[in-house]
Design a protein around this ligand. Structure first.
Ligand SMILES: Nc1ncnc2c1ncn2[C@@H]1O[C@H](COP(=O)(O)OP(=O)(O)OP(=O)(O)O)[C@@H](O)[C@H]1O
Ligand SMILES: [Mg+2]
Length: 254
């Protein structure tokens, strides 16, 4: 599948039926777009509109276009052509199979070879502190391990050029590495987040209010400088957390 793709979101209406102030957003590969706003402001709903490739047929009446056109229905149903991969707020594996079986099955369904299985596990393990083993069952993976595995799976096996992420921050994974991995593969990433690192890694962020897209903030150079400082603080915080998790004293790290 080509990564030469453009995602367009055309405004619809907010909870009161008033038009979205932002009437159109265009996103291209390698771009990270954030979605921010208070609880209940419609962040997940906007993600759902994109996931469903809404055509004015959802409560928000938004329209999502791919390369300026209404997407072909096959893009939604054929797993080999699936346009969109989603990391959702709550991730549960329904099937009880081993990590290797799951990845091999996924690779096969996408017409790819089993040699990718090891690559996915290796990448996933670079994102999580607790290593994943290929003979482990999916159902015993922790939240952080599941997110890491799905992120690596999307980067390596899925051809989906669009990745939607609804709140990755509390998942216990190296979130900025995860985001960089996905955009580095030339994907479009749309991420709901209030984490300063993730929000500032995005080139712009959509501000939601009362169900509507009410503003877009472009990340300024000054904000990017702040982002780099936040990353340092965040790395330090993560190392403290890891030290405490290991049962050691933080005196050596601080
Ligand atoms: N434009 C809209 N028109 C009608 N209903 C909407 C619209 N946007 C959101 N809603 C409704 O508002 C409710 C809250 O929206 P949503 O779950 O998307 O909020 P959220 O910002 O993701 O909140 P949280 O931060 O708690 O996850 C949902 O029931 C959703 O269906
Ligand atoms: Mg939500």
């Amino acid at each position: 599948m080509t990564t030469d793709i453009k995602l367009t979101i055309r405004g619809g209406i907010d909870k009161n039926g008033l038009p979205d102030k932002i009437t159109e957003i265009n996103i291209i590969p390698g771009d990270i777009v954030g979605i921010v706003g208070p609880t209940g402001s419609g962040k997940s709903t906007l993600i759902d509109d994109i996931e469903q490739l809404a055509q004015g047929d959802t409560p928000t009446e938004r329209i999502v276009l791919i390369n300026d056109e209404k997407p072909d229905i096959n893009l939604r149903v054929d797993p080999r052509q699936k346009l969109i991969a989603q990391l959702s707020q709550n991730m549960h594996f329904l099937a009880d199979m081993t990590v290797r079986e799951f990845l091999a099955m996924h690779a096969r369904s996408r017409g790819k070879g089993p040699e990718l299985v090891e690559k996915v596990i290796e990448l996933a393990n670079s994102l999580t502190g607790e290593p994943i083993y290929e003979d482990e069952h999916l159902t015993v993976l922790s939240g952080g391990q599941s997110r890491s595995l799905m992120t690596a799976d999307i980067a390596v096996i899925s051809d989906s050029p669009i990745v939607l992420i609804d709140e990755i921050e509390n998942a216990g994974i190296k979130k900025q590495d995860a985001l960089r991995l996905l955009t580095g593969e030339g994907k479009i990433v749309v991420v709901v987040t209030h984490d300063p690192v993730l929000a500032l890694m995005a080139s712009r962020r959509i501000v939601m209010k009362n169900g509507g897209m009410c503003d877009i903030i472009y990340t300024s150079e000054a904000e990017k400088d702040i982002c780099n400082k936040v990353i340092e603080v965040d790395d330090w915080f993560m190392s403290l957390r890891e030290t405490i998790r290991q049962g050691n004293s933080v005196e050596e790290v601080a």
